[in-house]
Design a protein. Structure first.
Length: 260
């Protein structure tokens, strides 16, 4: 069973669930139906945290009016029997399931926190993979090995940037003369990254094949890599590990479910 890479998780994590309603007083009564304060609070929370809108009396009034309108329209739709129409019924059920799925994700994240020890272990592993050097790299991408060999001969006599602009098939770097900027080898596919590690400053690689074609790589320079501290990257690590844990929990439940 394969899940689309974090698509489900990221969409569920975006669902914001209701505020705690210790004093869930009514903000309006529409044909005898109560609209609770917690519903208004939820909409305000979404508007301020996700929409970036400042809390204000004007915004609260606009949201209250919108909730009243929704209640009026919903009552009219139910009275007309529209909630019983097959398509509307399916949409209502899907919305219910999405809210419940979002509640599951938030509850799982809350009840299964990632231990600092696990985050530090992941941090050290990442540091090990990245290394302690940063590399400034240029390359020219062509389709065949013969083209790559011809390009390699040219750049020994002509400026690398000139040949890259003329011959490279990489739209992301050709206009910059093949310049890929400062990076680490692990950011590239394995043959490319391995080739970088074998080069000295100013040295040109032999033609390197990847799934994108054939590359001629030049190492422009190296410098010490300033690795962020654990505390700086901890929030990103925690989020990623949490998403991985939730994905695994969903996969485990799916494996145990009886699907016919």
């Amino acid at each position: 069973m394969k899940f689309s890479k974090l698509v489900l998780i990221s969409s569920l994590m975006a669902v914001t669930l209701g505020a705690q309603a210790a004093e869930d007083k009514s903000i309006a009564l529409v044909n005898g139906v109560n609209i609770p304060q917690s519903r208004l609070d939820l909409r305000i929370k979404v508007a301020t945290t996700q929409g970036g809108q400042p809390d204000s009396p004007e915004m609260r009034k606009a949201i209250r009016d919108d909730l009243v309108n929704l209640e009026v329209i919903s009552q009219a739709a139910v009275k007309a029997g529209l909630d019983k129409q097959p398509e509307a019924a399916q949409q209502i059920e899907l919305a219910r399931q999405q809210v419940l799925a979002g509640a599951f994700v938030q509850d799982y994240a809350k009840t299964h926190p990632i231990a600092d020890a696990d985050l530090k272990q992941e941090y050290e592993a990442l540091k090990g993979r990245v290394g302690n050097k940063e590399y400034k790299v240029s390359h020219i991408l062509v389709q065949t090995e013969e083209e790559a060999k011809a390009v390699a001969k040219r750049v020994k006599k002509e400026k690398f940037a000139k040949v890259a602009k003329e011959k490279s098939k990489d739209p992301g770097s050709k206009d910059n003369g093949g310049d890929l900027g400062w990076t680490v080898p692990t950011n590239f596919v394995q043959p490319f990254g391995e080739a970088i590690l074998k080069l000295n400053k100013g040295q040109l690689s032999d033609p390197v094949q990847t799934q994108y074609g054939w590359h001629v790589i030049r190492l422009e320079d190296t410098r010490e890599l300033k690795v962020p501290t654990f505390e700086e990257v901890k929030p990103q690590l925690e989020k990623r590990k949490q998403q991985e844990a939730i994905q695994k929990a969903i996969a485990d439940m799916r494996d145990k479910a009886k699907v016919e």
